[in-house]
Design a protein around this ligand. Structure first.
Ligand SMILES: Nc1ncnc2c1ncn2[C@@H]1O[C@H](COP(=O)(O)OP(=O)(O)OP(=O)(O)O)[C@@H](O)[C@H]1O
Ligand SMILES: [Mg+2]
Length: 151
């Protein structure tokens, strides 16, 4: 059965560790022991980008985890302009490689532009058996939809 959890975070630096805890805690809840470090890196980079580049002042961003079979999907949605650009690593710059690293540790990466904002996603293949149904999980996986209140 597909599972998903999502949470809103404010446009603040503290949201990056909070999003990390939320994502890693979700894997724990789902009894997935693989890919924890990869997910930790991926959510850190996407959340940091949302705060630094994506979320307009006074708005929030949404972090969503979904698990369907052997795939865990991480989505970070913001309501700002601009689009993520994956730069190849450059030896003479000290930033601009976060997305490249996140994409390198994930099995899939993409960006979905919306009328307002965008969703940046990563996928991670896992082999753990899915847990039996849990009250804390929301059945039914759907993309982060336009009605998620990011304001
Ligand atoms: N959510 C986003 N909204 C708008 N633009 C984005 C978003 N995420 C990334 N970008 C754009 O893509 C570029 C590359 O992102 P990347 O994470 O690789 O580098 P960085 O954030 O500039 O630096 P670093 O992550 O290494 O500290 C950013 O500089 C920014 O222009
Ligand atoms: Mg970055």
């Amino acid at each position: 059965m597909p599972l998903s959890r999502q949470r809103l975070f404010s446009r603040a630096r503290r949201s990056v560790p909070e999003a990390r805890d939320f994502a890693v805690g979700t894997l724990t809840l789902w009894e997935i022991e693989e890919r924890v470090d990869d997910l930790r890196l991926g959510v850190s980079e996407l959340a940091a980008n949302a705060v630094a580049h994506g979320v307009p002042a006074g708005r929030q961003f949404c972090v969503r985890l979904a698990r369907d079979g052997d795939l865990v999907r991480l989505e970070v949605r913001d309501s700002g302009g601009g689009l993520p650009l994956v730069h190849p690593p450059s030896g003479d710059l000290c930033s601009g490689r976060g997305l490249w690293l996140a994409r390198a540790v994930a099995d899939g990466f993409g960006v979905i532009p919306h009328r307002v904002g965008k969703t940046v996603w990563l996928t991670f293949e896992v082999a753990s058996a899915p847990p039996r149904s849990r009250a804390a999980d929301t059945p039914g996986v759907a993309p982060v939809s336009a009605d998620v209140p990011l304001a």
